[in-house]
Design a protein around this ligand. Structure first.
Ligand SMILES: [Zn+2]
Length: 496
């Protein structure tokens, strides 16, 4: 048993943090009560004076494969990102995938995040060993995660109508020569095998499935991926209407919106998460809400890639569950969930003059905890500090300048905290970050292994990088042209 004594437990709905003690049995909260809570004599006491205790933040959308080849392009749209980001991730070994998960876990944990939904790309196809390596990375770091092999039986260049036709012959041939997942059945077989032989505690790390982007996937693949996830009662996650180019391409390819297409295929449902959803129209949001689907909102990535701003207030009006994510370190450069909350709050405020439509800080906090926990399929065990929930607890230092003076706890956590106020982090009753250090791994050793890996990867990726560089100008200008097409939700998205 553990007793956390002398802290103040954040109550986001009441917008207060009152003194309370927390009694923990194993990995679960047993009781939260007034100061001097009775506890067994042999309970280990953790002193939490000058600490705010809040539930660990839950990252609803990220990609560990982008943790090593990170921050590659500056003025990159989503499409330039999809073109240019492939090179460095083609040669990741299983050891690299493990290291990538670990550095991501460190980045998240020390900034107050205790669980994430990781969509993992493996080149050219997913593998049981690769998925296990990522899961092991999170498991050893002490973090909770949903790991989803991200796959498609098509490729980006073919998913943008007309793009392949404008490419010079030699570049097109080079793209066509690249290995790829040829049969969707192979990808789903990997997910099925992993589910049957999963060596990890599913409360800690579990499997989901992620068809990358609808237009990169055949209808048959999408239908069968959805069926598999329903058969095994696991999550299904895809990037949906992230950029205007995707939305326009969807209309050209399917003669209906991407969301309508997924609805017609029977893909939507209570295990389905749509990442981004910047270019959803009102009917799309109703489609998602009516099917019990969820959204992972990634405000930093949406701005970094110039994708636009998701209409989160309208999603909430539709009763859609909306979690918050960081997206990857190559599309939003860090995995700071405090920053993701801050940007979710702020972007809601520049979408219109009616301040009553802006997100409140307690709404944003709920999105990054309770709602993100729903996205991970773990709402009954994480995202809340209450008896019966896992002891995933972030300790904030009230002597940090972020809280001096402590005046409005929700405003200071959601709009003000940048991660520097995190004093320690507990996951499942275990302190994984304390006194500025991870307790679960040797950080210096991790850094030097990553430096070695990245040196090797840059050499191995030279040819692919050269191809991406040659394609960049053509992909960029073609997609800008496509994005000039009028699209009926664009008036909502804050883009010219
Ligand atoms: Zn993503």
């Amino acid at each position: 048993m553990l007793l956390i004594r002398g802290g103040r437990v954040v109550n986001s709905q009441a917008r207060r943090a009152d003194p309370a003690d927390v009694l923990i049995a194993g990995d679960t909260i047993l009781e939260i009560g007034p100061p001097d809570l009775a506890s067994p004599d042999d309970a280990t006491v953790i002193e939490a004076q000058q600490r705010l205790l809040m539930p660990g933040l839950v990252n609803a959308h990220t990609h560990s494969h982008a943790n090593l080849p990170r921050s590659l392009g500056d003025r990159w749209t989503l499409e330039l990102h999809l073109n240019g980001n492939t090179a460095a991730r083609e040669n990741l070994t299983n050891e690299d995938k493990y290291l990538a998960a670990q550095i991501g876990a460190v980045d998240m944990i020390r900034k107050g995040c205790t669980a994430c939904y990781d969509l993992i790309y493996e080149f050219p196809a997913p593998s049981v060993d690769g998925l296990n390596a990522v899961a092991q990375g999170y498991f050893d770091a002490g973090m909770r995660a949903v790991v989803a092999p991200m796959m498609a039986d098509g490729i980006f260049y073919e998913a943008v109508p007309g793009l392949m036709d404008v490419l010079p012959e030699d570049l097109r041939a080079e793209i066509e020569r690249k290995p790829r997942l040829k049969r969707w059945q192979e990808g789903l077989d990997v997910a099925r095998k992993s589910l049957h032989q999963w060596p990890f505690d599913r409360d800690r790390v579990r499997v989901a499935v992620a068809p990358t982007i609808p237009a990169h996937c055949s209808d048959e693949f999408l239908v069968n991926a959805a069926k598999l996830t329903r058969d095994y009662d696991i999550g299904l996650h895809t990037h949906l209407a992230e950029s205007k180019v995707q939305a326009i391409a969807g209309l050209e390819l399917y003669d209906k919106t991407l969301t309508a297409h997924l609805e017609d295929l029977g893909v939507l449902g209570s295990n389905f998460t749509a990442a981004h959803g910047v270019w959803l129209d009102d009917e799309d949001m109703s489609r998602l809400a009516d099917s019990g689907s969820m959204v992972a909102h990634n405000p930093a990535s949406n701005m970094r890639l110039g994708s636009g701003m998701a209409r989160v207030r309208h999603m909430i009006d539709c009763n859609l569950a909306v979690g918050v994510g960081t997206d990857s370190r190559s599309s939003s450069d860090n995995l700071n969930m405090f920053e993701a909350m801050r940007l979710a709050s702020f972007t809601s405020r520049i979408q219109g003059p009616d301040y009553k439509r802006w997100l409140t800080t307690d709404e944003v906090f709920a999105m990054a905890t309770v709602e993100s926990a729903k996205v991970l399929g773990m709402a009954d065990r994480i995202g809340t500090l209450a008896p019966g929930y896992k002891a995933d607890i972030v300790f904030l230092d009230t002597r940090n300048p972020n809280y001096v003076p402590l005046r409005n706890v929700m405003d200071q956590i959601v709009n003000g905290e940048d991660g520097t106020g995190v004093a320690s982090v507990m996951i499942g009753g275990r302190m994984v970050f304390e006194d500025g250090h991870m307790t679960t791994l040797d950080y210096d050793a991790l850094v030097s292994k990553i430096e070695n890996a990245v040196e090797r990867l840059s050499t191995q990726g030279k040819q692919s990088t050269a191809l991406a560089n040659k394609l960049e100008e053509i992909v960029g200008s073609f997609c800008v042209g496509l994005a000039r097409t009028p699209y009926h939700v664009h008036r909502y998205c804050g883009l010219p």
